[in-house]
Write a protein that binds this ligand. Sequence first.
Ligand SMILES: [Zn+2]
Length: 325
Amino acid sequence: MRAAVFTGPGAPLSIQDIDKPKIAEDEILVRVSHCGICGTDIHASREGPFMAPPNTVFGHEFSGEVVEVGNALTEGLFSVGDRVTSLPFIKDQTIGLGEVTGAYAEFVKVDPASVVRIPSELDDLNGALVEPLAIGLHSVKMAEGVAEKQILIIGAGPIGLACAIWCRFFGARNVVISEMSPARIEMAKTLGFNDIVDPSGDVQAQFANITAGEPEIQFECVGAPGILRECIERAPNRGLIMGIGLCDHPDTIMPLVAFTKELRLQWALAYDKEDWDFTMQMMIDGRIDGSPMITNVVSLDELPDVFEALRSPTDQCKVIIDLRR
Ligand SMILES: [Zn+2]
């Protein structure tokens, strides 16, 4: 099968013919229809502690069609032809980050315990958005109550926007987004978030101007050193800071400032199946819509160049690979 292979840091992804995954008797093979490019994939292709091993095929935000069902799966839970997406977990391993071949490829094997069927109301393109939206849902649930709260989202990438969507869904009083890229600000506005602050200025003052209050909960969705320290400085007493952005470098904070304000710091990782089911249901019911985030749909052949371009700031938000092109 054709796949985009990560050969090592500094080299673009390479389109290669690799072996189609062989499924065990309790696994399912999916022909990939669409797969999102995730910031995590780009991160994992860089030198550093989070780097994936060479020969990794990335891709954990996918939709597709069941083409083979393992012999042991006789209950008829899934059949050939079903349209599905799946949490990227198979028997304690992760799909698309080095352990199991991901969906920057024609086929991907999945675990029936992780598979979520895509109903006819949702197309494959939106099926590939369940993953990033479920990240946002899980993060917001981990904040344990955003209703009536004043929220500051730091970074309007797909995950920051997904957090913003769910904060609004669950009744936040305000959802203010800190972002300086004009393209990302436009995207936030397209999704209905018009309260934007400029991180190069005094965020606390801008936030107070908009909300007449303080950021009771901050979602740090950038993952760069220095941002946590800023969050701690601008947090009100007993404020909550959510660590969502992936930072794999040492970072410095001043504990005394957090201590005197009795702040809470909470990280959130991934999601569980409940989050996927709920996300899917809300998408079908039209109560959340992530589709404006999709700025580009590209072919597998276009992927290596697009992937390289995404390393530096671009106007793109969510880029999705159409494996059927
Ligand atoms: Zn992702």
